[in-house]
Write a protein that binds this ligand. Sequence first.
Ligand SMILES: [Zn+2]
Length: 235
Amino acid sequence: MRWWLILLLFLGLGLAAPLTHGPRERPQIALTFDLDMTPGMLRMLRQGKVASYDHSELYRFLEQSGVKATFFLTGLWIETYPEEARRLAQNPLFELANHSYSHPGFAQPCYGLPAVSVREKPGEILKTQALLAGLGVNNHYFRFPGGCYSPDDLALLSRLGLVAVHWDVAGEDGGERRPEAIVRRVLSRVQNGSIIVLHGQGGPRLPATLLALESLVPALKARGFALVKLSELIP
Ligand SMILES: [Zn+2]
């Protein structure tokens, strides 16, 4: 074996890849929602081109249905909707986690997300940790925007005491107008231990997420899955 391959393997073993699912033995799954907010989205909001990124109908649906969920919040979203963030934090059905401050792509290219310098990366993580702490949340989980990261980013995260949590089932609800397509994607991929990712910030790019959820939740329960919070799935 070539020396550089051995070195790569050695380095790779030292860093845990993002968790994408929990144990496959039990019929438990976690429904997770990313609450994205980029500076560009904030501009659209301030210019009145987008009415709101507070998808309160979706949160109320989960509350009223007694559905446990985990929200990965960007710091910009928390700062824009502090009251809603507090309400989510105080509901025992919900768990809150870190999705960066301004939703940049930690590795490039990343679906058109803006880049972030090495020097700014710790701040992108720590500012949102502080905002979560301000809501009374002692968070251990981080999700890279767009799922984009480098080995250095994983090392940074572990130095900061956080675990990278991604997903094994993507509803691909961004830009999707057909709720049934989201439902079909999730139901065809879900299995024991799955972490499902959808988006919870609403707005014009996510017109079908709530409608999908209204049929997805009963369908998942009918299949015998228990919907649990992330910390219950991966303790
Ligand atoms: Zn995101």
